[in-house]
Design a protein around this ligand. Structure first.
Ligand code: E4P
Length: 217
């Protein structure tokens, strides 16, 4: 399972990278705004800064909503760095854009996916990644994890190579459940990654080992 971090915060990206378990980064316009990154040039520079910290794929989201504009914007994003994955919303023109980039050999991440049908379309269009937003489904009393299971079943039935990128992850149990259900990738904030470290028996066990060692020294 690949671990992506879902942030535009460079310090958090560095921390996850230094932990040695990071496979990539996802961003979106809201995450950029949260870090105070505004204006086209600043945003493009920030994508390059992120690529220079991590080794893996970095999703950069288009803000256009028509096919013509999306492919122009996506081509520009892809030119920035060879780690850039063009992130495209699940709308009609987005599906056409996914196909365009797939035919060109440019990686894509189909975002804002909330149903199995949308995931099927993304795979048919050749998306590299499909991003089902499980937390936002949970927020409206719909089982987000069930969507991961449905997509896994459908993709396995037909051997689709599109990778399931579980997104909108809210906590460590989402990470563990997505791993059990066979998501290829998960993207979350830093706390859901470092939270996996925690267990009170590890803490008390280590404290006892160190105390016992110190008795004899
Ligand atoms: C994924 O690529 C999105 O950026 C993200 O996971 C959305 O998460 P949210 O629902 O916490 O905003």
């Amino acid at each position: 399972m690949k671990f992506f971090i879902d942030t535009a915060n460079l310090d958090q990206i560095r921390e996850a990278q230094e932990l040695g378990v990071l496979d990539g980064v996802t961003t979106n316009p809201s995450l950029m705004a949260k870090e105070g990154i505004t204006g086209r040039n600043n945003i493009l520079k920030h994508y390059v800064d992120i690529c220079n910290i991590v080794d893996g794929d970095v999703s950069a989201e288009v803000i256009s909503t028509t096919y013509k504009e999306m492919i122009k914007e996506g081509d520009e994003l892809a030119e920035l760095h060879d780690q850039i994955v063009v992130k495209i919303p699940m709308i009609k023109d987005g599906v056409k854009a996914l196909k365009y980039f797939s035919d060109k050999g440019i990686k894509t991440n189909c975002t804002l996916v909330f149903s199995a049908g949308q995931a099927l379309l993304a795979a048919k269009a050749g998306a590299t990644y499909v991003s089902p937003f499980i937390g936002r489904l949970d927020d409206i009393s719909t089982d987000g994890l069930n969507l991961i299971s449905e997509i896994r079943l459908i993709y396995d039935n037909y051997g689709f190579e599109t990778q399931i990128l579980a997104a909108s992850i809210r906590h460590t149990m989402h990470v563990i459940d997505c791993a059990k259900l066979g998501a290829d990738v998960m993207t979350s904030g830093l706390s859901s990654i470092t939270g996996l470290l925690n267990h009170p028996l590890t803490d008390s066990g280590l404290a006892k080992f160190l105390a016992d060692y110190n008795k004899g020294n």
